[in-house]
Ligand binder design. Structure first.
Ligand SMILES: C[S@@+](CC[C@H](N)C(=O)[O-])C[C@H]1O[C@@H](n2cnc3c(N)ncnc32)[C@H](O)[C@@H]1O
Length: 312
């Protein structure tokens, strides 16, 4: 195939995908965008059909792991590997999660795309995360990340806001150990704490004016996130930043979106959150500050949609 990557994500596209204006994209974020190749081509015809067929076969394979209470051992094993690497190296690079796979087709604006740079998604995500954290999480004395996994976000938050008290919470013990070790290694106020979305710990101390963050974590709760939302309402953080896949925002009439809907359903990812949040907003219990479908994602889902809200 000729080098026909005729399209390219430009600054205006990043702004559109993130739901901001070009002027809201910081110079450091522009530098990441400028340093990487974001050219791509849209898959069509037989090539697109092959990707669709592959996705459908994966959906029907019975091989996909399911989200839910049985998943704990799998997460402990995965993050245990990151913990061992980090203990050996003391290098935060070893916290990079392995779930962003290079070289696969991606989804963009309800199309499958092929990219010239195999690390297109990882580079996009680096720019997005930096923009997201600097835009929404600056100036908080305390930030809590629920479902903090490898500690990858904790490290970046702490680099950006070294004075901020950062708590990484996860049901997997290695994640808690990574967060505590990060605090020791960087000599910053970072700590870990065990936390289960299915049984939220009411004894967690949340200082006034804190921010709550989740990134691809509540997706793991299936239909069992109501107790966590009750917990959030009770703790009254000043801001909640959720970056998660939102199945309800896909278009059932679009075949590529439909595969995303099916993938989320087959893996028992969360569903029903937009309805709950809208009801709470109508009841005057929360304020929804921003909702933004990401329109960009991996072969299977758009994992980067934003829901920014707060209890009132
Ligand atoms: C896809 S990972 C995302 C990790 C991290 N937020 C990131 O962006 O790299 C999902 C995380 O949710 C955690 N998780 C899944 N179910 C959970 C539960 N019931 N309670 C707390 N954490 C859970 C997993 O252990 C894992 O760390």
């Amino acid at each position: 195939m000729a080098d026909d990557f005729v399209h390219e994500l430009k600054l205006a596209d990043f702004a559109r995908l993130w739901g901001c204006s070009k002027a809201d994209i910081f110079p450091e974020v522009r530098a990441i965008i400028g340093a990487h190749d974001f050219s791509y081509r849209i898959l069509a015809g037989a090539e697109r059909d092959l990707v669709l067929l592959d996705v459908i076969k994966r959906l029907d394979s019975g091989q996909l792991s399911l989200a839910g209470p049985e998943g704990l051992a799998r997460w402990e094993k995965g993050w245990g590997e990151n913990l061992s690497d980090f203990v050996a190296s003391n290098d935060t690079k070893d916290l990079t999660p392995k779930y962003i796979r290079p070289g696969l087709p991606l989804r963009l604006d309800q199309q499958f795309i092929a990219t010239r740079d195999p690390d297109f998604e990882r580079n996009w995500y680096s720019a997005f995360r930096l923009w997201l954290f600097k835009t929404h999480l600056k100036g908080f004395a305390s930030i809590f990340e629920f479902g903090c996994g490898s500690g990858f976000n904790l490290a970046q938050l702490s680099d950006l806001f070294p004075q901020t008290r950062i708590t990484g919470l996860d049901w997997a013990q290695p994640s808690v150990d990574i967060a505590n070790r990060l605090g020791e290694t960087l000599n910053r106020p970072i700590q870990g704490r065990r936390f289960d979305f299915f049984h939220p710990d009411a004894s967690l101390d949340v200082p006034e004016g804190s921010a709550f963050l989740t990134v691809g974590a509540l997706e793991q709760t299936g239909e069992n996130f109501a107790s966590f939302i009750d917990f959030v309402l009770a703790k009254r953080p000043k801001l909640c930043v959720f970056v998660e896949p939102i199945s309800e925002w896909y278009d059932e009439a679009d075949i590529i979106d439909y595969t995303g809907i099916r993938f989320l359903a087959v893996r028992n990812y969360w569903r029903g959150f937009p309805t709950l949040l809208e009801r709470l907003a109508k009841e005057g219990r929360v304020e929804i500050l921003k909702t933004k479908r990401s329109h960009f994602g991996s072969l299977f889902i758009e994992g980067y949609s934003q829901v920014i809200w707060r209890p009132v």
